[in-house]
Design a protein around this ligand. Structure first.
Ligand SMILES: [Zn+2]
Ligand SMILES: [Zn+2]
Length: 341
């Protein structure tokens, strides 16, 4: 089979003579569409350790067709989306509703820049769904990032009518905008230096600020929403963004550090602010199976429109060009299509 392989920092190669993954039980999926994730970008740039020995296929946001199955939930020919992992189901974290913290997660084989991936029965049952004909391959491939944002916003205790400030409107920041809007936020505010991203956020109904103009983000937000904002999402994983989240916090604000930061990043937190302003600090990464199922329901129910988030399309053969594009500020989600589908 063919696969785009991460070979060494910043280098991707496409190989055509690779063995298909070993399939025993669960489902074997022929991959149609794979999203380029910021985590893939970080890993390929060499900023994050690869989970697998190199060269290795990458990609974990995908949709495709079931070509073999041993489980009842799927039949051959089903169009499916499967998220990349699930918890063991029986540890304290899984039982306590914090499946994303499970230390015995199970993953699918390889990466979705391959023609085929093998999905074990537990993962196929918990983190996969059959896509109806009116759900596009690309929407299916965005289920996992939506699940991550569902866990993020759920963990803040978001309630309809609350105000949300998103710092950094890349793809994941923009997904927070869409989700907060669809859940009835009173106001969604975005601080983002890129003009393209600000203009896109405006189309999704957000109020926007260019933080490079020197305007104080917190004062700007409070001029729009009174005390608060209720929730601040630090969607970009940098120390300056985390610092500005604390600066922008008002009375009772819940700050969510969503963007993963380089290992060892330290932030300064004012103990006074935590105590007197009752600021709450949160973080999540990943998702739970319940978030995947909610994401699937939202996509199937067309209660959120993810399609405008796809800005660029490449074939898997063009993975290197897709990688370069995914680092550009005018890219939100870059998709790779399997051309010989
Ligand atoms: Zn991802
Ligand atoms: Zn577990």
């Amino acid at each position: 089979m063919k696969a785009a392989l991460f070979v060494s920092p910043n280098v991707i190669e496409v190989k055509h003579d690779l063995p298909e993954p070993e399939f025993k039980e669960g489902i074997l999926v022929k991959v149609k569409t794979t999203g380029f994730c910021a985590t893939d970008v970080k890993t390929i740039k060499g900023l994050k350790k690869s989970n697998r020995p190199l060269p290795a296929a990458f990609g974990h946001e995908f949709s495709g067709v079931v070509v073999k199955t041993t489980i009842n939930k799927y039949k051959e020919g089903d169009r499916v989306s499967v998220s990349p992992f699930c918890g063991c189901g029986h540890c304290v974290f899984c039982l306590g509703g914090e499946e994303q913290l499970c230390k015995s997660k199970t993953f699918f084989s390889g990466g979705s820049t391959s023609d085929y991936v093998a999905v074990n029965p537990m993962l196929a049952n918990k983190a996969g769904f059959v896509m109806p004909a009116d759900v596009t391959w690309e929407e299916g491939a965005m289920t996992e990032p939506l699940a991550c944002v569902l866990l993020s916003l759920r963990s803040t205790g978001f309630k309809p009518g609350e105000s949300v400030l998103v710092l950094g409107a890349g793809f994941m920041g923009m997904l927070h905008v869409l989700l907060a809007k669809s859940w009835g936020a009173s106001r969604v505010m975005v601080s983002e230096p890129s003009k393209f991203r600000r203009e896109t956020a405006v189309k999704f109904g957000a109020d926007v600020l260019d933080p490079t103009t020197g305007v104080d983000v917190g004062e700007w937000a409070r001029s729009l929403c009174g005390e608060g904002p209720n929730i601040i999402i630090a969607a970009a994983g940098t120390k300056p963004v985390a610092d500005s989240a604390f600066k922008a916090a008002g009375l009772g604000t819940r700050i969510h550090l969503f963007g993963g930061m380089p290992t060892g990043t330290m932030i300064d937190v004012s103990a006074d602010d935590i105590h007197y302003k009752r600021i709450t600090l949160l973080g999540t990464s990943g998702f739970r199976s319940v978030d995947v199922q909610t994401a699937a329901d939202m996509i199937k129910g067309h209660s959120i429109d993810l399609k405008p988030l796809v800005t660029h399309r490449f074939s898997v053969e063009e993975a290197q060009a897709a990688f370069e594009m995914a680092q550009q500020e005018n890219a939100l989600k870059v998709m790779m299509e399997n051309a010989d589908f």
